[in-house]
Design a binder for this molecule. Structure first.
Ligand SMILES: *Cc1c(COP(=O)(O)O)cnc(C)c1O
Length: 367
């Protein structure tokens, strides 16, 4: 039987190939490879998609986080609170600007930061927090933004996995002072290479990121800051412009796949299915189940040609890269329990009913 991958970017390309090639041809013909109308048009459309005023394209999601922190003037001496249960880039950005990452544990049902965990970690040195909308599920932003306002700390959403997700009917990316999006190929909105964006409603933050991403320049050879080169590649912007027009439909297809998994897997007692938060619109970047026999289930699916993943196997506080923070096992028990029991199963808009039934049956047979 044909393998079913965890993510199938070829299936997506098969559906949109002609549109993509025509957009790329347009850039090649114009020979505008740096910035240009494809970049600004994508930025405008992506800001609108997020119900926000501004989007500034950058080189990656990691750079989006770093430049957003810089634009908010977060640096040495500052603490930035984020969760232990995220991809390392969230914390790398904090270190990159010279600030100190402070980890908190996550909620056991939705795997994200809560207002309570955030509030408990605030110190006089806290300057900002980076809530992550993990797996496409929004963090409880109304409550988080309220705690942040009470302590005068900035909020940068890490929305790298949550393009189009909503909390209380409001899109992620429009809640914080700024938000970082990744367009890594496998994300819900993915380029054909590295790309990212900072989204904000604050004109000054948008202007600062626009300068910082392009050598701190205000004019061709006038440099207001020491910046970096992290522009959104024009070919990638053209690809993203095409893909953005399919995003609502693709997110709905992901939600439909998730609903079928929920129905098909619900009866398996040893499996915990992803909870859907009240007031949240989950866009299922990943569909993550939990079981105390994770390694066996993972092996059994792999043996049947079904793609699996663990996002993420080692919480950040236990990563060698953060050993200087002095954490140990037991510091963030929820994140540690999750790391030992989570399993991502195939999730992409093109996943067919036949493929889905085979996955559900294979999991059922494992039981
Ligand atoms: C993908 C991802 C990033 C980093 O994005 P890149 O574009 O790969 O740099 C940051 N945070 C989270 C939560 C991610 O999933």
């Amino acid at each position: 039987m044909r393998p079913i991958p965890l993510v199938d970017l070829r299936a997506q390309y098969a559906a949109i190939g002609p549109e993509i090639r025509s957009a790329i041809d347009g850039v090649l013909a114009s020979a505008r490879f740096i910035n240009g109308p494809d970049v600004s048009s994508f930025e405008q459309k992506f800001a609108a998609f997020c119900d926000a005023e501004f989007a500034v394209g950058v080189g990656s999601g990691t750079d989006a986080l770093t430049l957003a922190l810089q634009a908010l003037d977060v640096g040495p001496g500052d603490e930035v609170i984020t969760t232990a249960n995220t991809f390392i880039a969230t914390a790398e950005a904090i270190v990159a600007v010279g600030a100190a990452p402070v980890f908190v544990d996550v909620d056991p049902s939705h795997f994200n930061m809560t207002a309570e965990t955030l509030s408990a970690a605030v110190t006089p040195r806290t300057r900002a927090t980076i809530p992550v909308h993990l797996y496409g599920q929004p963090a409880p932003m109304a409550e988080i933004v309220e705690v942040a306002a009470r302590h005068s700390i900035k909020v940068i959403e890490d929305a790298s996995q949550a393009h189009g997700a909503e909390y209380d009917g409001k899109r992620v990316g429009s809640w914080g002072d700024a938000a970082a999006f990744s367009f890594y190929p496998a994300k819900n909105l993915g380029a054909y290479g590295d790309a990212g964006a900072v989204v904000t409603n604050d004109e000054q933050i948008a202007a600062a990121v626009r300068m910082l991403r392009d050598h701190g320049r205000t004019d061709k050879y006038l440099h207001e800051y020491v910046g970096v080169n992290s522009r959104l590649d024009t070919l990638q912007a053209a690809v993203l412009g095409v893909k953005l027009s399919h995003m609502e439909e693709w997110n709905e297809a992901r939600r439909a796949v998730a609903a079928k998994y929920d129905a098909g897997l619900g009866e398996f007692a040893r499996l915990t299915l992803p909870a859907r938060m009240r007031g949240g619109r989950h866009v299922y970047h990943l569909y993550v189940v939990r079981t105390d026999r994770r390694d066996e289930l993972s092996q059994s699916l792999s043996d049947s040609g079904i793609g699996v993943g663990i996002h993420y196997p080692i919480p950040l506080h236990l990563q060698p890269a953060f050993r200087s923070l002095g954490h140990g096992m037991g510091d963030f028990p929820v994140s540690e329990r999750l790391a030992a029991s989570i399993l991502s199963i195939p999730m992409y808009p093109e996943l067919s009913d036949t493929q889905l039934s085979r996955i559900v049956q294979t999991i059922g047979a494992f039981r």
